[in-house]
Design a protein around this ligand. Sequence first.
Ligand code: ADP
Ligand code: MG
Length: 670
Amino acid sequence: MPVIQLDNIRHSYKVGAGNLLVLKGINLSIDQGEFVAIMGPSGSGKSTLLQILGLLERPTEGRYLLMGKDVSRLSDDEGAALRSKTIGFIFQMFNLLSRTSALDNVLLPAIYAGQGIPHPRALGLLEDVGLSDRVHHKPNQLSGGQQQRVAIARSLINSPKIIFADEPTGNLASDQADEVLEKLSELNARGMTVIMVTHEPDIASYAERIIKIKDGLIQSDEKNPNPKHQLSKTQSAPNGAEKEIAVLSSPHVLPDLSWLEVKENASSAARAISANKTRSFLSVLGILIGVCSVIAMLAIGRGAQKSIEARISGLGSNLVMIWPFSSAAFHGGTGAVSRLTLEDMTAISHLSSHIIAVNGEVSGNEQVVYKNKNTNTEVNGDLPAYASMHSAEPYYGRFFTDEENNNIAQVAVLGQTVVNTLFGKNDPVGQQIKIKRISFKVIGILPPKGSSAWHDQDDLVVIPLKTAMMRLGLNGWSSLNSRGRYLQRMEVECDGPNSIDGVMAKIKAFLRARHHLPAYKDDDFTVRNMQDIQSALTGTTKTFGVLLGIVAAISILVGGIGIMNIMLVSVTERTREIGLRKAVGAPRRAILAQFLIESALLSLLGGTIGVLLGVGIAFVMTHFAGWAAIVSPQSVILAFGCSAIIGIIFGFWPARKASLLSPIEALRYE
Ligand code: ADP
Ligand code: MG
């Protein structure tokens, strides 16, 4: 049985609107162990014929039997599997992977055959072609002849049955050409079928049989009685033929993605990325900025939330708060405002037996002076109930009493920040400070509550409410011109969680009556308990989270497009490499995996730099700007996961484009 049998093979190329018929009916039969040269003038169809023989191209018409099996209509992947197991290809242009050592080039087909990495065999083959001292050289560090010898070693790595060589010496000087041809004769002598295309009679003279074609037809087919480099043939192993048949008749299952292949892909991706450092960096900039800002913003948001929670937890949970403006105004819109007076407060305190304490507050920003030091701080007028309601019993000194409030006493309790600014390490209790030129005696220091991004809770002074209203003229927001008459806020403490709703209802009814509100009008005041306030804040945090999510999604989308763009460029640039990988047996899946791994690696790189930068920003904020930024491990994992997934999603289209390239068209790509 012949190894190769062609029946009336015709092949035409699409050129423009028409078809160019290149092979016009080739009948040919080649036996196991022959050394055949195909000759003919340029353009006669030699390469086309060899590509059909090498399963790189499907004939338009006719039948091709390879070792008895019809292979004229194989799918791409079946062709790849068969090429990888039975065929070795040597090209005129060598087609080695650049930036890859001779050894790794030789190993490439073995990786796609999925049979492990036969290092010793590859080294043996390189030694065989006289390159044992050039194993780690890259193609650009080798001469043309050496490169072609690497290509020969590569074509042999999977122990093929047939070697196809298309003008293997076309790019070589004559002495180097002789080395290559002697190598081919030697392989043939060991039992391998060698089919070589050339247009030079001198080179064809190495073969035992010379087929001449012209204009797509066989013109002559003659034995060469005197091959130039004749070697005595050793008999091929007796069971060789049976093995070949076994290879061919087994279903063409492609090896699954192996760990070796992933490793090869990852290192080739790393080579590609590091060969274009600036370009790679610019292309991941989008992902980098997206991930970095998401991490930093989440950290700041979390920090803010924590500090708000801390502030709220400092308040008793049975508190009800009353503001003299409608809830629309409360939420920052325009709405009705009203007034809260001291008389209102007294009346409210008697509304229910469940009310155990009330507090009224006025507040203002004032200059506070001690000797030659001064600071601008928040001055609050409160009732003594403030201390227990806000867990603000002084840790040093004492709070003021009801008596002091009624007597309009000029006493003050200071927050830690004010103490630090005005007194440094000195004891403030008993000292006189001035607020609006009025003297106050310091009687205590409030317990520190900490600070958040936008608010230092210890930067305040608390004085008796009446003193604040009557001596300093502090007033509620809504009554700027009525000096010292109105409260800014009221707080009511209930005796337990169950009485809160009843107390709130009573306060509302009382204030509506007091303000003569007809039924159709909304409240011109706001009454809230701590649960309300807490859920309002969680609502804000959720909105913040959703906004963050949208920003993240947009920036990651933009980042992904950056990756896709560069991957498309990469695929185009490496079209020849893709062609070569396919020619030596890479199935579609392998090319897809290769470019997906590359884009995932690229975007993971961006993600990693982004995470580091984001964590760095959070760190700087916390330690130098005083913002509490808390990086959560989840946000880091999320960022990593997102960037890997983005790489795969946006890399898919370019990778698929690469995987669908036809090997021979890709190899011809300029
Ligand atoms: P040879 O190797 O004998 O020089 P080829 O087999 O490469 O010739 O090409 C045979 C003919 O087919 C030439 O005329 C060439 O222009 C044409 N040809 C080769 N490849 C293509 C292609 N991909 N598309 C269109 N025409 C092609
Ligand atoms: Mg050619």
